[in-house]
Design a binder for this molecule. Structure first.
Ligand SMILES: Cc1cc2nc3c(=O)[nH]c(=O)nc-3n(C[C@H](O)[C@H](O)[C@H](O)COP(=O)(O)O)c2cc1C
Length: 566
């Protein structure tokens, strides 16, 4: 299998291609986006990517919960920066992309991970790139979450240090086939949402160590592919290809905020890429499915249309907002909350209806945590102004009338959105909502049925306490930079991870919802079909989860015989 040419398309045709991809992969009431006619279980993709023939580096597992509490993740000044050691890198990987449990039903077992994934198919692969550290030499390493090991893909040598002191890189890639096997053409969207979740998980895990993650925005996808070894045809042969997503710089010391753009601007990844090209590579990628019954060429076209060229490093800084106003009610260790995160399969309808499971203060806190602040995870990773806003179906929140609400994550979008949405909406801010939260009631009413119908008739969207859709500022952003299509989905995944974790602290549970009727949402709020100013990208629901007693839950790493070092 050859890596697809990473030749950049002219911007105009890339834009048309990605707009078409989005249109073609919408679910409609009368017709779902194209996907397989049934599941080809014989060729279900192998759950884990490995590279045979690489040297392996065992990572230690956490043996105690983190001393940093979940609520202090949002107070980075309280968390001392931990040293850049292999043990701490291991902690970061375990708490972001590592396994959180095994589930078993009869003789079938499947792993869950700290990061959620559409259909639990996990298209996201991760690599770390380090300069010389005491316990880990310079090179490119692939993380295998099942075994909690690093596979050494490339050994290179740098003549001088290139990364800022005490930092390293994490590169993410996607294998679209994993999602396409089940979901067909819509798979490219799910890969991007999953990347957003993975990034968010990395931000939280980094914060347990006092570390911070930053997107390197200047690097081209071609360079990311080369650095991660994704373009090495000989190492993949029949194996499914991975495509570059994002390169993150992990800093382990507090960065002076004024220096942040400067630090990132001065990294010359080109030099590392050059050394990686000359480096010693090893490993052969495993084949995930023996046969691919369906091929979805539109996915390759979308990948191609979204290839990012080299650009200037973005130097946008989040507005100086006060710290989140409302404290978390949970004192639990951060690692406990991160590892217990799960998606709900169904909700206890009567508990959600009759009890005050979610108060307006809890909701305000969640919304507040999705705002970009310079050092607060996970939105601090995004060096651009937020482009995603929430359309919230409030079913049962103590202190708020049920109905349709809208939460704007930037101050300057209200008029534009007002002009695009139904003209008879109230736009009423709840009386005691904190001033900086742009939460508006649009219309009062029972939104359960609408929420459920719009989320592909899934009960979970109507049975909980709230559910929401995410409205992206769309075409204006894509016009000159079609690759930012991917960033919109990343941002959506990033935000949803906030709700996933917050839910766990108040005895509730969430579920990301990738299956929804795109234009159905637009029609509900009055967005004209054919007007691409805004588009709906992702849904989420929150409620009191029902437990499926038929499933057994097993510890994540009992299958490893690993020395415990921490
Ligand atoms: C992008 C995305 C889309 C998802 N879409 C749905 C969905 O439409 N319906 C659903 O029941 N679960 C959905 N899920 C939840 C996944 O099925 C769940 O994350 C996966 O099974 C792993 O389980 P876990 O979250 O408990 O680790 C989605 C998750 C993600 C990240």
């Amino acid at each position: 299998m050859k890596f697809m040419p990473v030749k950049l398309m002219p911007v105009e045709s890339a834009l048309q291609t990605i707009l078409l991809y989005h249109q073609q992969t919408k679910h409609h009431f009368q017709r779902y986006a194209s996907g397989p006619d049934g599941l080809d279980w014989k060729n279900q993709p192998e759950a884990f990517r490995t590279f045979e023939g690489c040297a392996e580096l065992e990572l230690p597992l956490l043996v105690q919960p983190t001393s940093v509490s979940y609520k202090d993740l949002y107070h980075p000044e309280k968390n001392a920066c931990q040293a850049l050691t292999l043990t701490n890198i291991a902690q970061l990987l375990e708490l972001s992309l590592g396994l959180s449990a095994w589930k078993q039903y009869d003789n079938t077992r499947w792993a869950l991970r700290c990061n959620p994934s559409s259909g639990n198919l996990h298209p996201t692969e991760s690599y770390i790139i380090t300069e010389d550290l005491e316990e880990i030499s310079e090179g490119v390493y692939h993380y295998v979450s099942r075994d909690h090991i690093l596979e050494k893909r490339c050994q290179f040598s740098l003549k001088k240090s290139i990364l800022p002191d005490n930092s390293f890189l994490i590169g993410l890639s996607s294998i679209p086939w994993r999602e396409a096997w089940k979901y067909g053409e819509r798979a490219f969207r799910y890969c991007q949402l999953d990347t957003g979740h993975a990034m968010s998980s990395i931000c939280y895990a980094a914060a347990t160590l006092g570390w911070q993650a930053h997107i390197v925005t200047s690097v081209s996808d071609t360079d990311v592919a080369t650095l991660l070894g994704l373009d090495r045809d000989a190492d993949f042969t029949a194996a499914e290809r991975e495509y570059p997503d994002v390169m993150l710089l992990i800093t382990t010391q507090k960065t002076d905020l004024d220096d942040k753009p400067f630090v990132l601007k001065n990294i010359s990844l080109k030099e590392i890429v050059e050394q990686a090209c000359k480096g010693r590579w090893s490993g052969q990628a495993n084949v995930l499915s023996a046969h691919h019954l369906d091929d979805w060429p539109i996915i390759s076209e979308a990948v191609q249309a979204c290839i990012k060229p080299e650009t200037d490093e973005l130097s946008w800084c989040a507005p100086a907002l006060a710290e989140p106003v409302l404290e978390s009610v949970s004192d639990k260790p951060a690692s406990t909350i991160i590892k217990q995160r799960r998606s709900a399969q169904g909700f206890d309808v009567s508990a959600c209806l009759t009890k005050s499971l979610l108060t307006k203060q809890m909701l305000y806190r969640m919304l507040d945590l999705t705002l970009s602040r310079q050092t607060i995870p996970p939105c601090d990773v995004m060096p651009w102004q937020s482009r995603i806003h929430l359309l919230i179906f409030i079913h049962q929140v103590d202190g708020l009338e049920p109905g349709l609400y809208c939460f704007l994550r930037t101050d300057d979008i209200e008029n534009k959105l007002k002009a695009s949405l139904q003209q008879d909406y109230e736009w009423l801010k709840p009386e005691d909502c904190p001033e900086h939260l742009q939460l508006f009631r649009l219309i009062v009413g029972d939104a359960r049925e609408a929420a459920k119908t719009l989320s592909c008739h899934q009960d979970i969207a109507g049975d909980g306490v709230i559910s929401f859709g995410m409205i992206a500022e769309y075409q204006a952003h894509l016009t000159h930079k079609p690759w930012t299509y991917r960033q919109l989905f990343w941002e959506a995944g990033l935000i949803v991870q906030v709700f996933y974790l917050e839910a766990e602290t108040i005895g509730l549970r969430g579920t990301g919802i990738g299956c929804y009727f795109d234009d159905g949402v637009h029609n509900l709020i009055g967005l004209n079909e054919g007007d691409y100013t805004f588009q709906s990208l992702y849904h989420f629901t929150l409620g009191k989860a029902l437990t499926d007693c038929r499933l057994q839950t097993l510890p994540p790493y009992d299958h490893l015989q690993r020395s415990e070092q921490k």
